[in-house]
Design a protein around this ligand. Structure first.
Ligand SMILES: Cc1cc2nc3c(=O)[nH]c(=O)nc-3n(C[C@H](O)[C@H](O)[C@H](O)COP(=O)(O)O)c2cc1C
Length: 302
């Protein structure tokens, strides 16, 4: 059976700690001579440990190799296309990683402006462009948003810690609290503890800036518009050597707790669809990560 967690070759591991420092699920421990070992099973299989290891000591059998373009050398119908732009775009897409380690350095405002210029090249339903971008240009703002988000999760965890409440809600046909408890409660509890004890930032990963992408509920396809614009931001960030990471925990909190919209002075007609952490990465990626193999269903005869 394929391993569900990364495999670490103890002979090759040099104990540099790179994999441990970027593991989002904290499942990598340090053993003798700081050599890495897998310590837990709650791995989301992101492959970042593989991508960052300078000694090629990590393998991730649950992922295929990194995606590659196939049309360019095939001599087929698209062989007339200039391969350079497609290859460059593919490289940017493959190299983009969710960055969870940042340098302690503010992001150049001109770069943030460029990200927004890239964002609005996205398509939008009936060209409504009903998106709104809120920029937190410095760490203090990011921390403030993090604190309001943390307050929401503190309250949620207090509720989720009550077995009676979980069971009754589930019996009544509301399994959300039960599912949250099973999937997130423990992780969130540890993250809150880390913040309270030592200001360890497991929410924004220490990012010095963020862009919040909201959209007007009254436009035709607000979620799609905002998410397409967000993807443009992520790709342009990679092209500009910035690190970025979507922070879904804040989006979820904002859906349930109006205090986030209040903090951001965001009109009730706007809903937050993504929060993008930004900064200069403090990670040295050695190689792209793979993905699960694509298995399209080709419907040639309908
Ligand atoms: C909707 C969405 C929400 C996400 N929320 C978080 C988050 O709250 N924290 C985080 O560290 N990563 C978050 N991520 C990043 C994913 O974990 C990441 O994209 C995935 O592991 C693949 O890694 P890659 O982006 O480096 O390819 C989110 C991604 C998406 C698409």
């Amino acid at each position: 059976m394929t391993s569900k967690v990364p495999l670490i070759d103890q002979q090759r591991c040099i104990g540099c700690g790179a994999c441990r420092s970027i593991c989002p699920d904290r499942v990598i421990g340090a053993g003798l001579s700081d050599k890495a070992f897998i310590d837990g099973e709650s791995c989301m299989q992101c492959g970042h440990c593989y991508a960052v290891c300078p000694a090629e000591a990590v393998s991730v059998p649950f992922l295929s190799s990194a995606p590659e373009l196939t049309s360019i050398d095939s001599g087929g119908a698209t062989s007339w296309v200039d391969p350079l732009p497609s290859q460059m775009l593919m490289e940017i897409m493959k190299q983009r990683r969710s960055c969870r380690l940042y340098q302690d350095k503010p992001v150049d405002r001109a770069l943030i402006d460029d990200l927004l210029q890239a964002a609005v090249t996205a398509p939008s339903g009936t060209n409504s462009q009903g998106w709104k971008f809120l920029v937190l240009p410095n760490r203090e703002g990011v921390i403030r948003l993090g604190e309001v988000t943390a307050d929401f999760y503190r309250r949620l965890n207090r509720k989720a810690a009550k077995p009676m409440m979980r069971s009754v809600l589930k019996l009544l046909g509301y399994p959300a609290l039960h599912n949250y408890y099973e999937g997130y409660y423990q992780k969130v509890q540890e993250a809150l503890k880390g913040w309270d004890k030592s200001r360890e930032d497991r929410l924004f990963h220490g990012a010095p800036a963020a862009i919040i992408v909201a959209a007007d509920r009254r436009s035709s396809c607000p979620a799609e518009d905002a998410l397409l614009a967000s993807q443009n931001i992520l790709l342009m960030a990679e092209a500009l050597d910035l690190g970025s990471c979507l922070i879904g925990y804040v989006v979820e909190a904002a859906r349930r707790d109006p205090s986030i919209n209040r903090l951001l002075d965001l009109d009730k007609n706007y809903r937050i669809h993504s929060v993008v952490a930004l900064g200069y990465p403090a990670v040295n990626w050695m190689r792209p990560v793979g993905r699960k193999a694509v298995k399209p269903e080709i419907l040639a005869s309908i």
